[in-house]
Structure formats: C-alpha cells, structure tokens
Write a protein of this length. Structure first.
Ligand SMILES: Nc1ncnc2c1ncn2[C@@H]1O[C@H](COP(=O)(O)OP(=O)(O)OP(=O)(O)O)[C@@H](O)[C@H]1O
Ligand SMILES: Nc1ncnc2c1ncn2[C@@H]1O[C@H](COP(=O)(O)OP(=O)(O)OP(=O)(O)O)[C@@H](O)[C@H]1O
Ligand SMILES: [Mg+2]
Ligand SMILES: [Mg+2]
Lengths: 236, 250, 304, 314, 389
C-alpha cells in the first residue's frame, strides 16, 4: 500500500489518560474512500482511538499518518485542518448556541462540504428547531445535529462515534443511507459502533479492539465466515 | 378512574415559546404493568417524563396519580409520593461509596434527613437493607468502592438500586439501555423485569428489541401527540407507526 | 418653569448627563468582565487592579518615564497612552493567562475567582508599596480642557469625550462578538474547548487573546479615568464590587446586558445622588437583589 | 479507621488548645485565632460539604459583632445572652441571604452573597448604633453566667476555647450526620437528589443558616475578646480572608480551616510590623500559590501524603 | 543597660514608646514613616540633652491600617506583653477611640496626634490620654470664621457620609452661623467616593459662595479637582475643612491656590520651626506635617515628664505633663487641659499662587495666628465627664 491509496495509517499507537494506559500499540490502516468500523466491548478503547487521532487524549506515542503527514506531534486544531471531521460520542452540542449556530460553527477545512439546504433536507427536524438553543433539543435531535455539523466542513475523513445511539429506527435507516451516499462521494469514514446490525452492511472492513489492541480484522467478504469469532469477541 | 390505573394524564400540553412539544396527551398507565413510550426523535417523550415529575411545568392539562391530582406539586413532593425517575445519562453520586449511594435513597424514610445533630452511626441501621438491594443488582462486592470507579453498566445498575431503595410505586426510566454493550443490555433487561414485580414501570426506549421483550403496553408519540397505543404486536403493525418510527425493514 | 421634587429640569438634565458619564465607565468595565466571564467562565477579580494599572501606566508615561530614562522631556501623552496602556496591561494579562489561568480551566470555575482575587491583592499591594495610596495627579489633555456650554450646564469637554470614547468601544466590542463568527467560537470554546479545537480552531490562542482583550478594556477605562479621578492604587478595589453587581444584574456573560445595564445603573445612581444621596452607595445592590428575585439569571442572562 | 484518626486529631486539638497559653503564647492572639478558626470552619461547612462558595460571609461575622457589642454595652446584657442574641441574629440574616442566594449556584452564588454582604456593610456605616467607621468600643467583658470573671484574660481564654470547641464539634457532627449525607449527595448530583425526593433548596438553606449562625458566634466572640466591633469585620476583605484560611488549610477537611486560620492570623501578626504593605502582597501570593500548586491545602496535602505512605507500607 | 541608680523608678527598667500609625494606608503620607522618624528624633534629642544619663528608652512601631480592631489588638499586645508605656500618633479617629479605653484599663498613656474628632476629648475622653495636635473643632473654627469674615457668608457642604464628616459639618455650621453667615444646604456623599460631580452640581445649583469640604484625604482632593473641571471654582470658592500640607503637595498649587485652611503647625513660621523642619527634611525628604511635628513634640513632652516624675506610672506622668507647659518649636506655653486637649495656637493659612511659591514646600501665606484660647473648643461646650467635676 502506498500514500496514494491510504488516508490514515496508525502504527504502534499508545495513549494515556493521566496515569492510565488505554491504548497498547494500535495498528490499522484506512484507505481512501473506505468505510471502516472499530468494534469492541464497552471500554475496549474505541472512543479513545478516535480521540487519540485528534490529539484529544493525554500523552500519546507511536505514529499517526494522515494523508501522508505525521501528526503525532501536531496540535489538535492543525490536525483538524488536514481534513478531519469528528462526531463525538457525547455529541458535544453547545448549549449556548442555537441549533443553527451549532451547525454553522465548525469552520470549513476543505472545499466541497454540503450546503445548509442539503443538510436540512436530510434532517427536517433540525430545520424546524433551528432557532432552539442547543441544549433544548431532544436527545435524538442532538445526535442528528452532531453529524450534520461536520458534513458542512468539507472534511473528507470522518470519525463517527456511536452515531446511531438514541435514534429512532427510521432515522437509523436513513443514516445508513447517508453513509452510503457519502462513501459514493468519496468520503473516508471510520465508524465506532455498538449497533453491529447497523454497521455491518456498511463497512468494507471491521477491526475488533480489545484492551487497546486490534485483535481481529474482518473484511466484508470474510464476514459470514468469521461470524462465530465475532460472537465470541463481542458477545453479539 | 378505575383502581387499576395508577397514572393518568388529561390533555397534557407543553409549549416552548410557541413550539408545542407535547400536544394534548392522554395517558393511562395500568398498575403493575411495564408501559413503554416510544416515538421518533423530538416526539416529546422526555418532555412527557419531565412533566410527570414536574421538572417542567405543564402549560395545560392535569396529571393524576392514584386518583390524586398532582399537577401543581413540586418535584420533591412528587418523588415522595412514589414516582421516581432515572435520567437519560447515568445519575449517581460519584464521590460517595456505592453503599452510601443506596443509603441516600433509603435514608429519606427515616425522617431524620434534617437532623444535623445526629451521628452518622444512626444511618447504619440501614446497611442491611442497602446490602440487600445491592445484592439484587449484583453489586454487593462493590459496596465499599467509590462510585466513579465503576464501569458504566454497573453505574446504571446502581442507579436502579438507589431508585428501588425508595420503593417507588412508579418508576420512570429514560432510555435505560442507551450506550450499553450487548451483554449489558441483556443484564439491564433482566433487571428491569425482576424489579417490575409489584410496581409499575414506564420507560422510554429506542431499542425495539428491549421494548418488544419487556413492555405490556406501548404508547407511540409523534409530534407531541399519541399516534397509537396497544401491545407490541399490534402497534408494530400499525402503518402509521411503521412510517413515522420503525421505518420499512429492508 | 416646573420643578420636580424641588429640582429644576436643567439641574435634572445635568445630573442625568453626569450619571451617564459614570454609567459609561461601568459599561466599559462590566463589558470587560462580561467578555472574560462569557468566554473563560472566570470572574476576573483582578479587573479592578487592571483598571488601576491602566491609569498608572498612563501616569507613569506622562510623568515618570522621563525621570527613569534620564531625559525629562521624554513623555508619552494621553492619546498615545489610550493605546499603549491597554496593550501593555493586556500583555501582562496574557502572561497571567498563559502561566496561571490556563491551568485552571479543567477545574471548578471558583478557582479562577480565587486566583484572580489573589492576583488583585498582589498587584494592589505592590502599587501601594511603591506609590503610596494618596494618589497621583494627571492633567486633562490640552485639547479637552475647558467646558461646553449646553445651556443647562457646563459639560467639561473631557467628560463628553469619555462618553463618546466608551460608547464607541462598547459598540465595537458588541459588534465584534455578537455579529461575527468570533462570538460563536468564543461561546462554544467556553463550553467545550477540546471539541472546538477538534473542529480546527486554535482555542488556546483564542482564549488567551480574549483574556488580553478583556484586560485591555479595563486598562482603557483606567486611562479614561486617570484625568478625572485621582490615580491611586485603590481606585479599582471598591469600584470592582459595584461592577460585579452591574454584571450580575445585566446577566453574567451577556455582552449587550453589561453595556445596557452599565449605562442604566449609572443613570439610576446619578438620580439617587440627587434625591437621596445617602443611598447612592447601595442603590445598585438593592436593584440587584430585586432583579434577582424576579429574574434569577439577570436582565439579559440566559436561564440555565 | 477514619473515626480513629479524627479522634486523635480531636485529642491533639484539645491538648494544644488547653496548653498553648501556658507556654507563653500570647493569649489574646490565641483567642483571635480561635475566633477565626471557628469562622473558617463555619465557612468550610458551606463550601467544603455543600459546595457553595459564599463571598459574603463577613456579613454574618461582622453583624453578630455589632449585635453582641450593642446588647452587652448598651442594654447591659450578660455576655452569654449577648452571644446568643448575636448568633440568633446572624442565623436570621443567614436565612434571608440564603433564601435569595441559593436560587443560583457556583459563581453566581458567590457574586450574590458578595453583593448582599456589601449592602449590609453600607447599612452598618449608616446606622447610628454601630458608631459608623469609628466602631463600637469599650464593650465590657463582664461575667459569664454570673460567675466567670471574663476580665481575667485566662478565664476569657478558656471560655473562648470552649466556644470554639462547641462550634467545631457541632460542625463535625453536622458533616457526619444524616443531614450531612444528604448535603454531600446534593453537592455531588443535584438533579438526582431532587429526583429522589429531597427538597434540595431547603437542605442548602439549612446549611447556609447553620454556617451563618456559627460565623456569627465567632464574630460575637471576637467582639467580646477585643471589646470592640468594627467595620473591618464586615468588609469584603474579611470574606476574602476566610476563603484564604479555608483554602490554605484544606477545603472540605475537618481540621484544615483551623490550621489555615492559625497560619493566616499568625502571618499577619508577624508580618504586619516588619513588612508593612507587603502583607497584602504576601497574602495574595499565598492565595495564588494555593490555587495553582496545592489546592488540597495544608491538611489535605498532609492527608494525601499519609495516605501514600500508608499505601506503600501495606 | 539602664543606669537604674541614676534613673527614675521604672516598671521594667525601660521606657517603651509605641508609634501606632498608618504605614500603608491613606494617611501614611501625613503620618506613617514620618511619625516614626519624628519619635525617633525626639528620643535621640532627649538622650542628647540628658547626655544619655536619664534612662533606657525603646521605640516600637506598628501599622494599624486605620482599623480600630487592628489598633486595639496591637495596643493590647504592646501593653500586656511588651510593657509599652506610651502610644503616640493614632491616625484615624477609629484607631484612637479603640486604643484609648485599652490604655485606660491597663493604666498607660496615649498621646493622639493623628486623629481629628472632638469625641476624643469629648464624650469618649479618658484621663490617660492627651489629644495633642489638632481636632475638627479647631480646623473648622479657624477656617469657617476666616472665610465668613472674607465675605464668604453663604455655605454649602459636601459631606462625607460618616461620623467624622457629619461632625465636621456640624462644627463648621455652628461657626458660620455664629459669625453671621448662612448655610444653604448640604449633600452627603458615600465614603470613600470617586466621582463627586453630581454632588458638586448640587452645590453649584445652590448658589452658595463657599463650598465647604467636610471630608478628608482623596475625597477632598478629588472634590477639588472635579470642582475645577466643572468650572465651579473659581466662581464659587472651596474651603477644605481638613487638609494637610501633603494634600496641597499632591494636588499642586494650580488646583488649590487661594484656598483657606487651618493647621496646628506649618514648617515656615519662624526660625525655630524652620530649623527643626530642615532637620526632619534632611532625613525624610519631605517637610513635616503637623501630625509628625506633634509626634515629636508629644514624645519629648512625655519623656521630660517621666524624668521629672521619676516614674513611668501613668497617673504620675500624666499629672506632670498637665502641670508643665509645652514650650518648644511646636507650641509655646501650651497646656494640657483636664479633658486631655493640648491648648495651643493654630494658624489660618492661605494657599499661595504657583508664581508666589519660591521653593518646594513653600505653599502657604500665614494669614493669621489663631490664639490658643480661641482655637480650641471651650470647656463649656465639651461633653467630657472629666471636666464636670
Ligand atoms: N477521561 C478519561 N480518564 C481516564 N480514563 C478514561 C477516560 N476516558 C475513558 N477512560 C477509560 O479508557 C478505557 C477505554 O475507554 P473508551 O471510551 O475508549 O471505550 P469505548 O471502547 O469507546 O467504550 P464505550 O464508549 O462503549 O464505553 C475505559 O476503561 C475507560 O474507563
Ligand atoms: N426546554 C425546551 N425549550 C424548547 N424546546 C424544547 C425544550 N425541551 C424540549 N424541546 C423540544 O421539544 C421537542 C420534544 O423533545 P423531547 O426531549 O421530549 O423529545 P424526545 O421524544 O425525548 O426525543 P428523543 O428520542 O430524541 O430523546 C423537541 O423538538 C425539542 O427540541
Ligand atoms: Mg466509546
Ligand atoms: Mg429524549
């Protein structure tokens, strides 16, 4: 593989929160235009992996190449400008801003982001509640907003953490559609999910994490064959 | 109102600056049942919970609990009547020990909560009961740990134990399985089933497996109003519900 | 000619105008506090000390600098100081933010209050030690000496300038924060700095500059005050408490609230001085209590 | 284990308090320290256990001083009645302030208490009986319960120490009581406490009133010691000082405020003559150092150290 | 090493003098370090006169921060622990009033030089206290009378809203009325204040010829500055009822020229005052204020009384001090009354125009020497119980 095809390469990544050592040498690769999931049990370190990529954890070491650039020593805001969009697990809606202000907040990091109109067609709830303060939105509306927010920025590498959480089934189905659509537009997406049923049909590849290490890699083709192993690892 | 109705709302309305979040909801919750409240995002489920526990003031309408009008009461009073809620995010007292967490729930009924001159020892009479409650949610071995250190799933369990300490007649659970791994979901479902004996439970939940598994009655809200009501099998076939909430299975 | 409670309309107008002048000081000071509070979630107890520093730097530039450098003709005049003093004070503020405040953001916000309280003690103590407390004179700049005859009163030109200058600064700040994207960055940055940074915004830099800006506002007010109030180490110590009350009434962190409330309370205080001067020191606190009873978040504050 | 350590601390405190004046430490200084120690402990009850930072606690301290002074000097009340009346007044004032302030939390709460205290400060300047900025001097010490002659410094010392102990013990008890438990739970997670049926506002209010009353007791005792009530005690600087004492000694520790009070008063006493206006600078520097470097305070850090050593041994 | 055989019968072998003053606050310029210096000079001069044979003398000093409780605390400590015999200076009324009863209780002496209120020799007088330098009555009386005589017969007061300001206003009002003037009104401003323009506008609207400043320190200086700014002076004139040479120094002659004020001492009265003041200036780089001169004189008077009485017991020393007139550069033939008031001459001064001032600190024209008997409050008006035998 070379730098033309791979957008993200993580090698020997260690990350800490204070004294606790969470990631113990992660290695994985995400190619351009791929959808990849990180699976694992609660507390396995999936969220930490995404945060570490953006430099949001405590100390980290190893190597993270984004688009051919080493980012391990870079400041968070500079990493973001390499074209990364992040949707955090806890959603991170700003309560002091209205829904629309939240939506407009992240600055564009590359050209080609979606327009406001496109986003509103995708999430009509948000259009209706656009002037409502962020913290007044319902749980699900906040989730939609958190995703919609990064679609505007033009970021081509999306890190999505538990985006199907707290959403009505009908919206979850729609989100699956959105991800396919994004993939077809050439976006590269890393998904962290509990909801295997949601993630499985979308991904080109699954990485299973346990105790801060990749313990299994499953490509789409191998999925059926390795189902038992996944059951064992994830308790599905 | 018949005896087997524990909670009833009439034309409950909540407006936020011109936006109607809950629009004339009539609920009737049967005593001893598990009643699920589902609906699309923003349908008004959490708002309903907030109205029932008076964390929000209804714009119109009335709430009756055990035949008594509680529409004008304050949150703490409602809680003392036996309506206890859980939160969408876990709600424990992080820097108290696990045992103390449960004891806070038990303590209220001693009636000494304002007694600043009584020693803490006076609370130790509650320890047995607290341990029993912890036992019931498999937390007994952790009794002396500081709560922050517990994993997420166990915190949820502790929260339920604390709620049970108040021996509520009616428990309101807002998305109890959200953010949990598959094993934890299973454990919580079992737990809810276990504690539902002898009390009434209302819950909001998006995980349809859980809903199907647990609930006797389901009320579907959409845009602040009741769209459908009935047992799972019936509701799940309702075309309106399919369209607004469940989506067409692919 | 009608009289109102024994006051002629002329006298009333002139008192209102004087109230407005004080109000504009309150506005600039509480604006600085609101900017810092709104963005850093820190009650800047050192604000009064920084206001005092602004005045002192102006005074030093005019009267001391020459002596220090051994050339008595060397002076930095008032106009230059309107820019230099805020910049210098902001630089000190930035140093404080970088070395101390920045370590506190993860903690309870009360620690920020305690830290700046300590800083205020240090700054005021140092100035007391070096310059005593009796106050230093500062001349009104040449062009602004004298008064305008408004018919109902002689308005010193300098006071007119104070109103114009502070209102312009207030408006510019308001525009910058509320009408540009900057405002939402700042507000979001207060709430979840790490996430905003993950969106590609250099949050630490933004916060540092914001603190510097808030401090600069205080120093600016200090320079404005130097020619009319004696320049003394204690000039900010008691004023700051009043300004806190203004910020609370306006609704903490609300930019517009602090400006409007600052001006309004200046007027109310002015009127109290006329009708019942004994109460003029407490009137703001009384209003504060009333406002809080009716609107706990302040007049312009958001309920949380 | 914990109670064991607390008992040890109590014993040490008791012995130190009883013995200190016998070792030639100037008793009036000690009395001042005990008064402030009680004040700081009362303050700590609020911030350490209810999580409420009041920046206006001097209001209670000062007000009670005036009430006690006036009752004893002008009305000729006995010292114990004066102290009681003053404490009751402080409690009432605390109830008033509390009802207003507890509607908000955090920084807002701090600001509101500050402003309310400032209002009372102006009231004291205006009211005739306080003597304005001159203060109320010449308060007779009289006889406690009609039998203990308080003009004798040693007698007074032990009375003051007894008052401190009583107050201190009440606070300790409060913290470790059913009420204290609820208070802690409110500090930890307010909405949850509310949803469990605790009327949060009333608990906070009771804590506030208790804290105010004990602060008042401290202020009234100080008036008795110095035979004088003055504006200083009601000024917001005093509110700042008590925060400093508590922070320096250790927020939310039982003995921390006592240690903090002794250190701060001792420093002020030692430094005032030698370094003049540097006292303020030094106090400020201590504040900054506490906030930046050792937020757990002296006692907090010591306890952490002991904990670490203990762990290592195990 | 006191020569006990030659010296008087001292309680602990030394005479200890405490200067309790404002070292860091508003009044540190007019008292403060200068007062300590003055006391030190007095002790040195006394030892020199006695050729070191008298007795051992020690000086202690402390900052009372203008707070009554701090002062009383310190005084108590000095009396109880350090055996201090006499405390001097005490700059604000609150500190003086707080220390006096402690001194009386411990049978020690206070010699107040810095404080101003007539309460000190009035309702709150004690028999172990001397009020040495000045009081509000003397200042108000001197200035009030002079200004009315100059034609300033209608007054309006700008009064600091606290006990001291009220007293000043009351005393001056009495003088103004007694001399045929009238008072058109007054306004109370918060203390301390920063902006006086509202109050000054009221004063202006009253049309009074004279605006009496019944305040002190920065309040006075700020009022003066702002009166000039609003064009109130020179149309109406100001009368500072409690001002010191240090205030004039910091305001400058331009802002203060022509003002009348009264002081108990001015360095440039005669050769004696000049000689002493030059000595003081050499060491302090500032000319003495009346307070500092008073500290010197009172300390000297006290030491001589101890020597004469042969003891440091307060009653005996006090009796000696009262029976011996003060005769030095500060006061001529001045006697201490039973209420503790030192009855000495005062000076009515007028601030020079900038061009009239030839040397630094050359600030005043001496317009009149107010004879002692006229300057201080008559015994008949005093509320001191000690006078009503
Ligand atoms: N801020 C933090 N400080 C200390 N430890 C943390 C912190 N955040 C997470 N951890 C710990 O790191 C480990 C991995 O957490 P992470 O959030 O990455 O898990 P996850 O795989 O995303 O699981 P889930 O989100 O389902 O709980 C957990 O043991 C967790 O307790
Ligand atoms: N305090 C408020 N002010 C304004 N609007 C509000 C407020 N609270 C809720 N809303 C709005 O009311 C609607 C219903 O919110 P609610 O939280 O009850 O939804 P929900 O059914 O719980 O949805 P979810 O499943 O997404 O949690 C939403 O559109 C929300 O934006
Ligand atoms: Mg996660
Ligand atoms: Mg919800």
């Amino acid at each position: 593989m070379n730098a033309d095809t791979e957008l993200l390469r993580v090698t020997g990544l260690h990350a800490f929160y204070g004294d606790s050592h969470i990631l113990h040498g992660m290695d994985f690769v995400v190619n351009r235009g791929e959808v990849v999931t990180l699976l694992g049990r609660n507390g396995a370190g999936r969220t930490t992996t995404l945060r570490a990529i953006l430099g949001l954890t405590g100390t980290r070491s190893g190597s993270i190449m984004v688009n051919g650039r080493e980012t391990i020593a870079m400041a968070t805001h500079d990493i973001a400008h390499l074209g990364i969009g992040y949707c955090p697990e806890e959603r991170g809606i700003f309560s002091a801003l209205s829904a629309e202000e939240n939506l407009l907040l992240p600055p564009a990091v590359a050209s080609g982001g979606m327009t406001l109109a496109e986003i509103y067609t995708m999430f009509p709830n948000l259009q209706e509640r656009r002037n409502s303060p962020g913290m007044r939105l319902s749980g699900g509306e906040q989730q939609m907003l958190a995703i919609a927010r990064i679609l505007r920025t033009g970021a081509k590498l999306l890190l999505l953490d538990e985006i199907s959480e707290g959403l009505a089934p009908v919206i979850v189905q729609m989100l699956a559609g959105v991800i396919r659509e994004l993939k077809s537009r050439g976006y590269t997406i890393v998904i962290v999910e509990q909801n295997f049923r949601f993630a499985a049909p979308l991904a080109d590849r699954h990485y299973v994490i346990e105790h801060g290490r990749i313990v299994e890699t499953v490509t789409m083709n191998e999925l059926a064959a390795k189902m038992d192993r996944l059951h064992l690892l994830l308790g599905i | 109102m018949s005896d087997d109705t524990i909670l009833e709302t009439r034309d409950l309305v909540k407006e936020f600056k011109g936006f109607v979040a809950v629009n004339g909801v009539n609920l009737r919750v049967k005593r001893g049942s598990i009643h699920a409240l589902i609906g699309p995002n923003g349908a008004g489920k959490t708002t309903c919970f907030n109205l029932l526990t008076k964390f929000l003031e209804p714009t119109r309408g009335s709430i009756r609990f055990n035949g008594i009008d509680i529409t004008r009461e304050r949150p703490a009073e409602i809680a003392r009547r036996g309506i206890i809620r859980s939160f969408q995010i876990s709600a424990v007292f992080p820097h108290l020990s696990v045992l103390e967490n449960v004891r806070i729930g038990l303590q209220r009924r001693l009636g000494t909560s304002f007694h600043f001159w009584k020693p803490e020892k006076s609370l130790e009479q509650l320890n047995d009961r607290a341990m029993a409650l912890l036992e019931s949610v498999d937390l007994a071995p952790f009794a002396d740990s500081i709560t922050v250190e517990l994993p997420y799933g166990r915190k949820r369990a502790l929260e339920i134990a604390t709620t049970l300490a108040l021996d509520p007649e009616l428990m309101l659970l807002d998305e109890p399985t959200q953010g949990m791994g598959h094993e934890d979901v299973g454990r919580v479902v079992e737990l809810i089933r276990k504690v539902s004996a002898g009390r009434t439970i209302m819950m909001v939940e998006h995980n349809l497996n859980v809903v199907a598994d647990l609930s006797h009655t389901i009320t579907v809200l959409a845009r602040g109003a009741v769209l459908a009501e009935g047992p799972y099998a019936e509701v799940a076939k309702n075309p309106q519900v399919l369209e607004a909430y469940v989506g067409v299975a692919d | 000619m009608f009289e109102f409670l024994g006051i002629t309309p002329q006298a009333l107008y002139s008192q209102l105008l004087v109230g407005l002048i004080n109000g504009s000081f309150y506005a600039v000071l509480s604006l600085g506090l609101a900017v810092i509070f709104g963005m850093l979630n820190i009650i800047n107890f050192a604000h009064g000390a920084q206001y005092m520093m602004g005045a002192f730097i102006a005074w030093m530039g005019l009267t001391q600098l020459g002596g220090w450098l051994g050339d008595s003709t060397l002076q930095i005049n008032y106009w230059a100081m309107l820019l230099i003093a805020p910049l210098l004070t902001a630089a000190i503020g930035i140093a404080i933010e970088r070395t101390m405040l920045s370590r506190l953001y993860k903690l309870d916000h009360l620690y920020g209050l305690l830290l700046t309280f300590g800083l205020a003690l240090i700054i005021e103590g140092l100035f007391r030690y070096f310059y005593g407390v009796s106050g230093q004179p500062y001349e009104i700049p040449e062009v602004l000496q004298g008064a305008l005859n408004l018919g109902f009163m002689f308005l010193p030109k300098y006071r007119a300038w104070v109103i114009v200058a502070s209102l312009s600064v207030c408006f510019a700040t308001w525009y910058m924060i509320e009408r540009t994207k900057l405002g939402s960055y700042l507000r979001a940055g207060t709430e979840n700095p790490r996430l905003v940074q993950a969106f590609g915004i250099n949050v630490p830099l933004m916060i540092t500059l914001t603190y510097g800006f808030g401090v600069a506002l205080a120093a600016f007010a200090g320079v404005l005050a130097a020619p009319i109030f004696t320049v003394s180490p204690l000039m900010g110590a008691d004023l700051i408490i009043v300004v806190f009350a203004v910020v609370v009434i306006g609704g903490m962190g609300s930019i517009l609230g602090s400006i409007v409330t600052g001006l309004g309370l200046g007027l109310i205080e002015g009127l109290t001085k006329v009708f019942y001067s004994e109460a003029s020191a407490v009137v703001i606190f009384v209003i504060m209590v009333i406002v809080l009873l009716v609107r706990p978040a302040g007049l312009f504050g958001r309920e949380r | 284990m914990v109670t064991h350590r607390a008992a040890l601390g109590f014993a040490a405190l008791l012995i130190a308090g009883l013995a200190a004046p016998q070792f030639g430490i100037y008793p009036t200084f000690l009395m001042k320290c005990w008064c402030f120690a009680l004040f700081a402990c009362a303050f700590n009850l609020l911030i350490g256990y209810a999580g409420l930072l009041s920046f206006g606690h001097a209001a209670f301290f000062g007000a009670a001083g005036y009430i006690a002074g006036h009752a004893i000097k002008v009305w000729g009340w006995s010292p114990e009645c004066g102290l009681l009346a003053a404490t009751a007044f402080a409690a009432a004032l605390g109830w008033l302030f509390g009802s207003l302030a507890i509607r908000r939390a955090g920084i807002y709460f701090a600001m509101i208490t500050l402003a309310l205290a400032q209002m009372t400060y102006f009231a004291w300047i205006q009211l005739k009986f306080t003597g304005g900025e001159d203060g109320l001097q010449g308060v007779p010490r009289g006889e406690m319960f009609g039998m203990i002659d308080l003009t004798d410094n040693m007698n007074l010392y032990y009375v003051v120490f007894a008052i401190f102990l009583a107050g201190f013990f009440l606070i300790y008890r409060t913290v470790h009581s059913p009420f204290g438990q609820v208070l802690k739970s409110i500090r930890e997670n307010e909405p949850r406490a509310l949803s469990l049926g605790y009327d949060v506002a009333r608990y906070k209010l009771l804590a506030f009133v208790l804290s105010a009353a004990l602060s008042g007791l401290a202020g009234a005792t100080k008036t008795l010691v110095f035979q004088l009530a003055s504006l200083t005690d009601a000024h917001w600087h005093t509110s700042g000082e008590v925060v400093l004492m508590t922070l320096l000694g250790g927020l939310g520790t039982v003995f921390g405020p006592v240690v903090g009070a002794f250190v701060v008063i001792g420093l002020q006493n030692q430094l005032a003559d030698k370094v003049g206006s540097w006292v303020q600078v030094i106090m400020g520097a201590i504040f900054v150092a506490c906030v930046l470097a050792f937020r757990r305070g002296i006692v907090g850090e010591l306890m952490a150290l002991m904990h670490r050593i203990g762990l290592r041994r195990v | 090493q006191a020569k006990k055989d030659a010296g008087p019968n001292l309680s602990d072998g030394v005479v200890k003098i405490g200067v309790l003053t404002d070292l860091s606050g508003l009044y540190s310029d007019l008292a403060g370090a200068g007062s300590i210096l003055a006391a030190k000079m007095a002790i040195e001069d006394f030892q020199a006169q006695e050729k070191g044979r008298a007795f051992k003398i020690e000086l202690v000093s402390a900052d009372h921060q203008n707070k009554g409780d701090v002062a009383s605390n310190k005084a108590r400590e000095w009396f109880e622990r350090d055996q201090v015999d006499m405390i001097t200076d005490l700059v604000t009324t609150s500190t003086a009033l707080a220390v006096m009863p402690v001194a009386k209780e411990k049978n020690r002496i206070t010699m107040v030089s810095g404080a101003a209120a007539t309460l000190i020799t009035g309702k709150n007088c004690t028999d172990t206290n001397v009020h040495y330098t000045y009081d509000t009555y003397a200042l108000a009386n001197g200035t009030g009378k002079a200004v009315v005589k100059q034609g300033g017969d209608s007054w309006f007061f700008l009064t600091a809203d606290y006990a001291f300001g009220h007293a000043l206003e009351k005393d001056t009002t009495a003088v103004v009325l007694a001399n045929g003037g009238k008072v058109l009104g007054s306004v109370r401003h918060p203390f301390p204040g920063t902006d006086f323009s509202s109050f000054l506008l009221k004063a202006q609207a009253s049309g009074a010829k004279v605006i009496g400043l019944a305040n002190a320190g920065t309040d006075t200086t700020n009022s003066i500055k702002q009166a000039a700014e609003f064009g109130i002076t020179p149309k109406q004139s100001l009368a500072g009822l409690l001002m010191f040479i240090t205030d004039i120094h910091s305001l400058g002659l331009k802002a203060t020229q022509g003002m009348y004020l009264t002081e108990g001492f001015y360095w440039d009265i005669n050769d004696e005052t000049r000689t002493w003041s030059k000595r003081f200036f050499e060491k302090h780089r500032r000319m003495p204020t009346m307070v500092q001169a008073g500290v010197y004189s009172s300390t000297m008077h006290y030491l001589r009384a101890v020597k004469a009485a042969g003891t440091d017991e307060a009653k005996a020393v006090m009796a000696k001090m009262k029976s011996t007139p003060v005769n030095d550069f500060f006061a001529k033939n001045a006697k201490i009354r039973d209420d503790g008031r030192l009855v000495h001459d005062f000076y009515l001064l007028q601030v020079k125009k900038p061009e009239e001032s030839k040397t630094p600190w050359d600030y005043y024209h001496v317009r009149q020497v107010i004879p002692a008997a006229e300057a201080v409050m008559p015994v008949a008006q005093s509320e001191c119980p000690l006078l009503k035998k």
